[in-house]
Design a protein around this ligand. Structure first.
Ligand code: AMP
Ligand code: MG
Length: 353
C-alpha cells in the first residue's frame, strides 16, 4: 500500500549541478518539469526547497502532498528580485522605501518579507491568509530556474512536515525519494538554516518596526540599522494562531528525543541509557564535553566557535546524530547572538519538553 505522499511507480531522478554544463541541463529539466505543473527539489543558500509554480494551485497542492504538510501552513514565494515582488505582493506606500532599502541590502539572500498578497497568488499558497511571504534566493541554480521560468516559485523546505530540514541532496532523498519526480543536487547549502522572516510596521518615525517572525541568517544585528527589531513571538490578531506556523512548539524534530540544556548541572543521565552530545565548540571549559561518557559527540564549530559555521553544519549534524542509534541527543545551549539566535530557536522546537 502506498504511504501517504508517495506516488506509486514514481522514481526520483537526481541531476547534479556540479559543472556549468550540468547546471544548464539541470536548470532546463527543472523548468520543463515546473511548466508541466510538477514539483522539483532545488538547492537554495538556506536549505533545499521543494518548488512549484506559485501561481498554479494544482502544482502547489503537490508540494503539500509530498511533504504531508497541513494546508494551514503557508508556503514562501520566491521571486527573481524586487520587480517580481510586485507580481505577488502589495507593497504599502509607507513601507516602500524601507523594502527597497532592505531588498537592496539583503536580496538576493535569506530575508523573507510578509506583505499583503496580490489576488494572483492562489489561496493554497497563503493558506487563505491576507498576506504572502516572499524572498529571493541567491543560489545560482535556484536563481536560474526562477529567471528561465519567468514566474515566482512557491518553495518550502524539502522535507516531510515537522522533520529536520535538508541541507544536502542526500537529506532530500531521505525525506522525499519516491514522492517527487526531480531533485537537482547543488551540493551543501551555504547558510544552513532557513531564511529570516520579518513583517514590517510603519511608525510615526522614519524607521519602521521590524517584527522578527523567524530568526535566520539575516540577524537582528544586521537588521537594527533599518529599524527597531521586535523579537517577541506574536499571535495573529484574528485567531490567536502563531503568526508563523514554524513557531509551533514542535518542529525541525529528530526521531530521537532531544534535550536542550541551559547549564551543565541540568544533565542527570539515567543508568543504561545511551546519550550523544551536540556541542558548540567541543571545549572542556564550556563544561559539557567531560560531563558524561558520551556515546557520540558532534561539534558544530570545533575550537573557534564561529556561529555561521555552526549554522551551516547544524541540520546536517542533527541528522547524523538522529541516525547514530542513541536513546537521547543532548545539546549545549548556543549563544543567542548573530545566527546563534536561529540555532537556539530551532533547538527549542526540536527539543522534548
Ligand atoms: P518552510 O520554508 O518550510 O520553513 O516554511 C515556510 C515558512 O514561512 C513557514 O514557517 C510559514 O509559516 C512561513 N510563512 C509563509 N507564509 C507566511 C505568511 N503569510 N505569514 C507568516 N508566515 C508565513
Ligand atoms: Mg520547513
Amino acid at each position: 500500500m502506498a504511504v501517504s505522499g508517495t506516488r506509486p511507480g514514481l522514481q526520483t531522478q537526481v541531476l547534479s549541478a556540479g559543472t556549468p554544463e550540468e547546471t544548464r541541463t539541470a536548470v532546463a529539466a527543472a523548468v520543463d518539469i515546473l511548466r508541466r505543473g510538477e514539483v522539483v527539489a532545488l538547492p537554495t543558500e538556506t536549505v533545499y526547497g521543494l518548488a512549484a509554480d506559485a501561481l498554479d494551485a494544482g502544482a502547489c497542492a503537490k508540494v503539500f502532498e509530498a511533504k504531508e504538510r497541513p494546508r494551514f501552513d503557508p508556503l514562501i514565494v520566491h521571486v527573481s528580485g524586487r520587480e517580481m515582488l510586485d507580481e505577488v505582493a502589495v507593497v504599502p506606500a509607507e513601507l516602500s522605501a524601507v523594502i527597497d532599502r532592505l531588498a537592496g541590502e539583503f536580496w538576493p539572500g535569506p530575508l523573507t518579507f510578509v506583505l499583503p498578497r496580490k489576488l494572483t497568488v492562489p489561496d493554497i499558497v497563503t493558506a487563505g491568509l491576507a498576506t504572502v511571504a516572499v524572498r529571493s534566493s541567491k543560489h545560482p541554480v535556484f536563481k536560474a530556474v526562477v529567471k528561465e521560468l519567468g514566474r515566482p516559485l512557491a518553495a518550502p523546505s524539502a522535507n516531510r512536515f515537522g522533520s529536520i530540514s535538508p541541507t544536502s541532496a542526500s537529506a532530500v532523498m531521505a525525506e522525499l525519494s519516491g514522492r517527487i519526480p526531480l531533485l537537482v543536487d547543488g551540493g551543501a547549502c551555504s547558510e544552513g538554516v532557513e531564511s529570516t522572516i520579518v513583517r514590517l510596521e510603519a511608525t510615526d518615525r522614519p524607521k519602521p518596526l521590524i517584527h522578527l517572525l523567524r530568526p535566520g541568517p539575516v540577524t537582528v544585528e544586521m537588521l537594527k540599522k533599518f529599524g527597531k527589531v521586535a523579537t517577541a513571538p506574536r499571535l495573529s490578531p484574528q485567531d490567536g494562531q502563531p503568526e508563523v506556523p514554524g513557531q509551533l512548539p514542535s518542529h525541525y524534530a529528530p526521531r530521537t528525543p532531544l534535550r536542550l540544556l541551559a547549564k551543565p548541572e541540568d544533565f542527570s543521565p539515567e543508568p543504561g541509557k545511551r546519550y550523544a552530545l551536540l556541542s558548540y565548540r567541543g571545549l572542556s571549559k564550556d563544561g559539557y564535553v567531560d560531563l558524561h561518557d558520551w556515546d557520540e559527540v558532534q561539534v558544530l564549530s570545533p575550537g573557534s566557535g564561529k556561529l555561521p559555521e555552526a549554522a551551516v553544519r547544524f541540520f546536517f549534524v542533527l541528522r547524523a546524530l538522529d541516525a547514530c542509534g542513541v536513546d537521547e541527543i543532548v545539546s549545549e545551549p548556543f549563544p543567542e547572538r548573530g545566527v546563534g539566535l536561529a540555532i537556539q530557536d530551532r533547538l527549542r522546537r526540536a527539543a522534548v519538553e
